[in-house]
Design a protein around this ligand. Structure first.
Ligand SMILES: [Zn+2]
Length: 281
């Protein structure tokens, strides 16, 4: 039996088709093809697929996509359509939930939060070995916590989400707002001669400190793992949090807190592999 694992974010759809002979990897733009269309096509080409596990950068509950601020949805009831049409077992969960499961397994941690900054900004939390899901699997949606008003809207429809300040898509929106065609690279923005670009980097740093402080205050994890494309490209953010989080979180909550950058190749994808067998509540 082959297994298809997918990690889909706002920028890339990455897949791993696993068989006894090894794995075949594929990366395409998230906008190139709908997730449902991609799965149908892959199953038709590989009839031996018996399981599909998906780490999804959006809000997911019981096999159904509720909303996706950074991805176009071609089929919300994805689990039910795929299972009914192809008889293939499919599990889908939020990408940060998947990531924190993989991180918890890697560190052997019982109290761990993951904070990822990529196209979007997300978090998830495992407490006492159990994933905190909330009533509809929406717990720890840090990216959409109200922060400050921006002159443009978030993918969720509101204009005050912290994701508008501390995410790759947020940086892109600010650059377009200031009519800058610079690459959205934090180091370049910080070093830029253009004041607007310095402002984008400064407000990013302030917002990520606010987001991390909020997660630490609300969850009180013993381990905070940072990941995602923006963190990987700017590892100094980990040092920034270690140095300045005291101004954003309660002091006792920081005393035993360890902050690390993820060392996993692709934690959401690794978490998607855990979906078949394990379900953290
Ligand atoms: Zn939002």
């Amino acid at each position: 039996m082959k297994k298809l694992y997918i990690d889909i974010g706002g920028t890339y759809l990455r897949s791993e088709l696993q068989s006894q002979n090894g794995s075949v990897f594929q990366t395409l733009s998230s906008a190139e093809k709908g997730l449902f269309a991609y799965i149908c096509e892959t199953i038709k080409e590989n009839r031996e697929i018996g399981f599909v596990g998906i780490a999804y950068a959006g809000q997911v509950f019981e096999g159904e996509i509720l909303s996706a601020p950074n991805i176009t949805v071609d089929e919300a009831r994805i689990k039910y359509r795929v299972e009914a049409e192809y008889g293939v077992h499919l599990e889908i969960d939020n990408d940060l939930n998947c990531a924190v499961m993989a991180e918890a397994e890697h560190y052997g941690a019982q109290s761990i939060a993951a904070l990822y900054v990529g196209t979007g900004l997300g978090a998830a939390f495992i407490d006492g070995g159990r994933l905190v899901r909330g009533g509809r699997n929406l717990a720890f949606e840090i990216g959409h916590v109200p922060y400050r008003n921006a002159p443009f809207a978030c993918g969720c429809g509101r204009e005050n989400c912290i994701e508008l300040f501390a995410s790759g898509s947020g940086i892109g929106k600010w650059l377009r707002y200031f009519c800058r065609d610079t690459a959205s690279d934090l180091a370049a923005l910080k070093a830029s001669e253009a004041q607007e670009e310095n402002v984008i980097a400064e407000q990013f740093e302030a917002a990520i400190l606010h987001a991390a402080g909020t997660v630490v205050n609300m969850a009180n994890p013993l381990l905070l793992v940072l990941g995602g494309g923006i963190v990987n490209a700017n590892p100094y953010l980990c040092e920034l949090l270690k140095r300045r989080l005291e101004a954003f979180a309660l002091k006792p909550s920081l005393e035993l807190l360890r902050i690390e950058i993820s060392v996993l190749e692709n934690a959401p994808m690794q978490g998607a592999k855990l979906l078949e067998k394990r379900n953290y509540g």
